[in-house]
Design a protein around this ligand. Structure first.
Ligand code: HPA
Length: 288
């Protein structure tokens, strides 16, 4: 657990401002980096953190208010440094509702990045493919989302720099999507596009749930990412989202779902994602 007394699985409403302030002060004491981009790496996608030049690494457990990331495949490390010449902070690992964390804790790493002054937040995740043409190993640009987690980190008093009722007509930045598509075309990386639906987990979906999600308009399903885009948009930060499709969603393939398979597909596709992220940053995603 983090070192701030009284902060654990459940963060009291009034604690949130203090917790974020303490976390920002702690990270600023460890690095001079003024990040322009924040990058959150999903399950099995942590390899991109090795691309950070001049890295300063801070385990999540050392940051006041941050619980230790516990799930396999999530190292739980903040890495500050440069990627493609852009000052960045990379979050390897995140906190999920299914680990018992409340909505405020799931949004804590993203809020820390926002408070550190990022212009652009890049969110990545592993997801199950619902759209029939999506294959394991495909990268999918998130062009919209559906929040079926039943949670929202913006509930409660409005935090500094956030707005009460953020517009969600276009949470995923169009210009950043175009930039990502240009970079992907140049690198020869196939890039799909679709709607990401977030569920609570930790159980994978039933076949009936997957049929329901398909009818609701979801192309991919996962258990993260939505809390982070909500807090970023509440603060006016532009967001790019990329899902790695690790498996066909339940019932769309012959075999049952297995977390090790999710991680293995992540490792194999990590190189394409790395090139895409480096290219997007080099192309000036965070310079506007
Ligand atoms: N469902 C939910 N989350 C996931 C999946 C899935 O099929 N694959 C990877 N994360």
């Amino acid at each position: 657990m983090g070192s701030t007394a009284g902060v654990g699985m459940r963060m009291g409403m009034d604690d949130r401002e203090r917790v974020i302030g303490d976390a920002v002060a702690f990270v600023r004491a460890r690095t001079d980096i003024q990040p322009r981009a924040g990058i959150v790496l999903g399950s099995g996608l942590g390899a991109f953190a090795d691309d950070v030049e001049g890295p300063v690494r801070v385990p999540f457990g050392e940051i006041p208010g941050f619980p230790d990331a516990s799930i396999a495949g999530h190292a739980g490390t903040l890495t500050a440094g440069h990627v493609s010449g852009v000052p960045c902070i990379v979050m390897q690992g995140r906190f999920h509702r299914y680990e018992g964390h409340d909505a405020a804790t799931t949004a804590l790493p993203a809020r820390l990045l926002v408070r550190m002054g990022i212009r652009v937040l890049v969110l990545t995740n592993a997801a199950g493919g619902i759209q029939r043409t999506l294959q394991p190993g495909d990268l999918m640009l998130i062009d919209d989302h559906i929040n079926l987690t039943g949670a929202n980190p913006l509930i409660g008093s409005v935090l500094e720099g956030e707005t009460r009722f953020p517009d969600m007509s276009e949470p995923w930045d169009r210009e950043l999507q175009r930039l990502a598509e240009d970079v992907a075309a140049g690198e020869g990386i196939p890039l799909r596009r679709g709607v990401y639906c977030a569920l609570h987990g930790p159980s994978y979906e039933t076949r009936a749930e997957v049929r329901m999600l398909e009818r609701l308009g979801a192309d991919a399903v996962g258990m993260s990412t939505v809390p982070e885009v909500l807090v970023a948009r509440a603060a006016g930060v532009r967001v790019l989202g990329i899902s790695l499709i690790t498996n066909p969603a339940a019932g769309l393939a012959a075999s049952p779902l297995d977390h090790d398979e999710v991680l293995e597909v992540g490792r194999r596709a990590a190189d394409a994602l790395r090139r895409l992220l480096r290219g997007v940053l080099a192309a000036g995603a965070a310079s506007a």
